[in-house]
Design a binder for this molecule. Structure first.
Ligand SMILES: NC(=O)c1ccc[n+]([C@@H]2O[C@H](COP(=O)([O-])OP(=O)(O)OC[C@H]3O[C@@H](n4cnc5c(N)ncnc54)[C@H](O)[C@@H]3O)[C@@H](O)[C@H]2O)c1
Length: 449
């Protein structure tokens, strides 16, 4: 069995490497020459725990290679996966499918025998049908190509484990022959009794958006409940725990915070609302989620400003964490990319730290003083804001931090510290959906009524 993976980003590189681990010969292709050069020199263009070792192992075993040459990659491939980006179109937020269509066109023209073209990218419902039309126009006359949708559910930071032990594999095709090829590719998971949902391309495409939109809704829901806790004296962590113990609800994705970000939820929720509008079936719940989440990120900046007495002009604000979540260097649509510029607009001087995402973030943020050590971020700061819950921020010496700050203000957007401990250290401590610790003479952000 031989596969080609078109697009060697987070999804393509992880999926291609894991397929090689399944024992399949995989050629990963990318248009980005620098990425392929890095990979061919033994480097990894992204930060993903465990990936470097797995790539090295598979390259050494001769099952994994990297090229910019699509012709070589497609030659003899039983299936060609398309894992290129589907970013939001700037004009309307709909998924930009030009990369997927371009890849499908090029692959179809090169295929020489029966081939399954698999869309692994997250694509709106109807895309597989469009790909079928493109393939029919560009393939060689005597070649049969089936199209299949196979959305990916891996999470950055836990990508290898997610790929190797998924909750389910979704295969959307009407061709029994293509379904058979896909079952063969995923055979190691099939043997492990991973559920396989074989369905139509339409259902498969909707499954991916419905799953992401549901999770984004769960996050947004608990964030609004956190707001209610703040104005009434509740504790969102207790609320989340208790509702999460209900098996119908489940405990995951009930952590209140600064709003969801990343390369998937923001663009996928937006794309789903666009599809709903285009098909005259508005997705009103998801529309509200998109709006509420956007407001939340601005609200986080406001919390920092209010904690500083209503103005951050000329004040030094320390930021811990800019990646959209821990264990990744990905900053796409990260809350920090809204919060930091809002604080700067209000006149703040920003000093920041992130264990992995500093370089990526520096392409999107200007006038940030970067530090290699979180303690240097706190030094002489008027407030410290924790935006990403990296493990290394969970056990900081808070007494040392308190002692080095100009004003002891901590805005903990991930609830990683205990209010009672912050009270002992005399912090003005603002967390999410829990009691605010307000030192004497300081005005509370929200009045509990
Ligand atoms: N990142 C995630 O956590 C995640 C999870 C599940 C699904 N997805 C989806 O998977 C898709 C890919 O996401 P990603 O994060 O891996 O994107 P990415 O931007 O990291 O990688 C995409 C790669 O495709 C390459 N590319 C574009 N056109 C090409 C072409 N014609 N030929 C060869 N290479 C080409 C780009 O150079 C880039 O390296 C998206 O649709 C995304 O929504 C992402």
């Amino acid at each position: 069995m031989k596969l080609a993976m078109v697009g060697t980003g987070y999804v393509g590189l992880v999926s291609g490497t894991c397929f090689a681990e399944f024992g399949i010969d995989v050629v990963c292709v990318d248009k980005d020459l620098s990425k392929i050069e890095t990979l061919n020199k033994g480097g990894i263009p992204i930060f993903e725990p465990g990936l470097e070792d797995l790539v090295a192992k598979q390259v050494k075993a001769g099952r994994l290679s990297f090229t910019t040459n699509l012709t070589d990659a497609v030659k003899g491939a039983d299936a060609v996966f398309i894992a290129v980006g589907t970013p939001p179109r700037p004009e309307d937020g709909h998924a930009d499918l030009s990369y997927v269509y371009q890849a499908a066109k090029e692959v179809a023209a090169l295929a020489e025998g029966y081939t399954v073209i698999v869309t692994k990218s997250t694509v709106p419902v109807g895309t597989a049908r469009e790909v079928e039309k493109i393939v029919a126009q560009h393939k060689k006359p005597n070649v049969t190509i089936d199209v299949c949708s196979n959305p990916e559910f891996l999470r950055e930071g836990a990508a290898i484990n997610d790929f190797m032990r998924p909750d389910r594999v979704v295969i959307g095709t009407e061709s029994e022959k293509a379904a058979q090829v896909m079952r063969e590719i995923y055979r190691p998971l099939y043997i492990n009794e991973t559920p396989m949902v074989v369905t139509s391309p339409e259902s498969s495409e909707i499954i991916k958006y419905a799953a992401n939109a549901f999770l984004a809704t769960k996050i947004t829901f608990i964030n609004e409940i956190a707001n209610l806790c703040e104005t009434t004296g509740g504790n969102v962590q207790h609320v989340a725990k208790a509702i999460g113990l209900d098996g119908r609800i489940g405990s995951k994705f009930l952590h209140a915070g600064p709003g969801y970000g990343g390369s998937c939820f923001p663009k996928d929720t937006l794309a789903l609302t666009q599809t709903g509008q285009m098909k005259d079936t508005p997705q009103t719940i998801v529309e509200s989620v998109v709006a509420a989440n956007a407001n939340r990120q601005y609200d986080m900046a406001q919390r920092v400003i209010k904690a500083c007495g209503g103005s951050v002009t000329g004040k030094k604000i320390g930021i811990l964490g800019v990646a959209f979540k821990p264990n990744t260097d990905d900053v796409r649509d990260a809350p920090a990319l809204v919060i930091i510029p809002e604080l700067q607009k209000a006149g703040a001087i920003i000093v920041a730290h992130d264990p992995e995402a500093r370089e990526e973030a520096s392409h999107h943020l200007s006038d940030v003083e970067w530090q290699d050590d979180p303690y240097n971020v706190a030094k002489n700061a008027d407030a410290l804001a924790i935006i990403t819950e990296w493990n290394e921020y969970r056990a900081l010496d808070m007494a040392r931090i308190a002692g080095s700050m100009h004003e002891k203000r901590l805005v903990d957007m991930r609830n990683i510290y205990k209010p009672e401990e912050m009270e002992k250290l005399n912090f003005h401590y603002v967390s999410i959906g829990r009691a605010e610790i307000v030192p004497d003479g300081v005005e509370a952000l929200r009045k509990v009524s």
